[in-house]
Design a protein around this ligand. Structure first.
Ligand SMILES: [Zn+2]
Length: 496
């Protein structure tokens, strides 16, 4: 039936762990059926690096800021009436029933792969826009499996269902099939990063890929099926919880709305929305004291003198981003220094210049103007992979906070009202949250790859026109693919 794609989301898989398991021979099926036939690349996630927003690039080729979903939780000041509680009307948390709003919250101008490829099939995705009900496998069972997993701390059950569904999806007549495995992410959150249970989840996934490959071979579709294994974000062990929302009241005396019950406070002067626990959006009243205007960094300084510098002295807080004066102007600061950042329209040139002190990211000698791709290439090996483009894109949407906080490694930003406790987090802009494995049975071009590039690569492989306005670019290695299509004698092994 021609080319098709099987996209496997190993939710929360870490690039370094995935690479170690591959090197040890602990992922033999993924090695044989995916990496050896195609490529392995170290990929970069998006900001915020959280389940939900971080699924968007994989299924649309767009960053979360492009489609208007900047976090797992967010506040929409334009939807707020200006009085009364923030929730439920203008506050969102995709934890629980509000997950149903996810598809509607994304800008319809940017189609999903499900919309672009109508015979698509999905399993256990959070995002389902354009996916026909009967092609969303096990969607009726999903709430029961999820409840069971969380009540009985059984993080393997869902992956066993996903494995079964993966084989079914492999046999289905469909050009695009997406199957999510949540087990690695859950084990890392609730037990610990790289715990034996999480390693078992990688192994279970490997077995599932072997079973799917066997099914594809049986049906004669093995060669024309692109198997892509990707993750939405990484993980980092948390040693200390710092409750940012609570600290706004207790340390700074600001009446704050946040999840859970304080979201319903009848009046508030700040809203704190933590996302993936490693980052938070903070919203404040504007210059005139109303919620209808948006405060820049200068206005925040005038209305809350010392707040920003006080936040920066917290060990838990690494990077703060605020809006500067003028269109698309952003200010990035840390204890290391302060810089101005802007992008010339989506995907346009990135301008970055230091203001005072050192570089907020600790970088040295970065160019002041870069293309989006250059900005990725020169930061991917640092502690903040792709940070400039990822910060810039987040502020494309009005729903992004007035202060964006990225937590320091080893910390997260929630303590109270959290059950079960998280021993590991993601969501931030640090390396461990941002690096993801990308394995593709179809050879990819050299160089780093963003998760947004995966969706665009899949469309390119399938011959489906790429819609305008996507952030990803195809990383398909045309020369090697042509050689592979011409026959094994033509395709020389590479050392990638
Ligand atoms: Zn996730």
């Amino acid at each position: 039936m021609g080319p098709s794609c099987l996209m496997i989301l190993a939710d929360g898989a870490r690039a370094e762990m995935f690479e170690a398991l591959l090197a040890q021979g602990n992922l033999p099926e993924i090695s044989e059926h995916v990496v050896e036939r195609g490529s392995y690349r170290r990929g970069t996630s998006t900001f915020t690096s959280t389940t939900g927003p971080a699924h968007i690039p994989l299924l649309t080729g767009c960053f979360p800021g492009t489609v208007g979903v900047p976090g797992y939780r967010w506040f929409d000041r334009e939807a707020y009436r200006g009085y009364g509680p923030a929730a439920p009307r203008s506050l969102r948390s995709y934890n629980g029933p509000e997950a149903a709003w996810f598809d509607r919250d994304m800008d319809v101008a940017h189609p999903t792969l499900y919309e672009l490829i109508p015979d698509s099939l999905g399993v256990f995705g959070l995002m389902t826009r354009g996916l026909e009900k009967e092609r969303n496998l096990y969607s009726r069972e999903k709430p029961f499996i999820w409840c069971h997993s969380h009540w009985f701390h059984d993080y393997e059950r869902a992956d066993r269902w996903a494995s079964k569904a993966l084989v079914e999806a492999s046999a289905a007549k469909s050009r695009f099939r997406f199957v999510a495995f949540p087990g690695i992410d859950w084990n890392c959150h609730y037990i610990g990063v790289d715990c034996p249970e999480a390693i078992e989840s990688y192994r279970l996934l490997d077995g599932a890929v072997g079973a799917a490959a066997a099914k594809l071979r049986e049906l004669g579709t093995y060669d024309e099926t692109m198997i892509a294994i990707v993750s939405d974000h990484g993980h980092r062990q948390v040693d200390t919880h710092f409750d940012l929302a609570v600290s706004f009241g207790s340390r700074h005396g600001i009446k704050t709305a946040y999840h859970s019950w304080p979201a319903f406070r009848p009046s508030f002067d700040a809203v704190v929305c933590v996302s993936g626990n490693g980052m938070a959006h903070v919203y404040l009243r504007g210059e005139d004291g109303s919620w209808s205007t948006r405060p820049s960094r200068d206005v925040i300084e005038r209305r809350h003198p010392g707040l920003l510098s006080s936040l920066l002295t917290e060990d838990a807080i690494d990077i703060l981003i605020t809006r500067g004066e003028g269109e698309a102007a952003l200010v990035v600061e840390s204890e290391r220094g302060m810089a101005d950042l802007s992008e010339k329209g989506p995907g346009g040139e990135i301008a970055y210049s230091l203001r005072e002190g050192g570089d907020p990211f600790g970088w040295d000698g970065l160019a002041e103007r870069m293309t989006s791709r250059e900005a990725l290439e020169c930061t991917v090996e640092t502690e903040y992979p792709d940070a400039l483009v990822q910060i810039a894109q987040l502020f494309r949407t009005r729903r992004t906070g007035d202060i964006v906080v990225s937590a320091s490694a080893g910390f997260d930003l929630r303590e109270r009202f959290e059950w079960p406790e998280h021993f590991s987090s993601h969501g931030g802009i640090i390396r461990d949250h941002m690096l993801v494995p990308v394995a593709s049975s179809v050879p990819l071009r050299d160089g780093p790859v963003r998760t947004a590039d995966i969706a665009t690569t899949v469309l390119d492989y399938l011959g489906v026109p790429v819609p305008p306005g996507v952030d990803g670019e195809s990383r398909l290695n045309r020369e090697r693919n042509a050689a592979l299509a011409a026959g094994p004698a033509m395709a020389s092994p590479t050392t990638e």
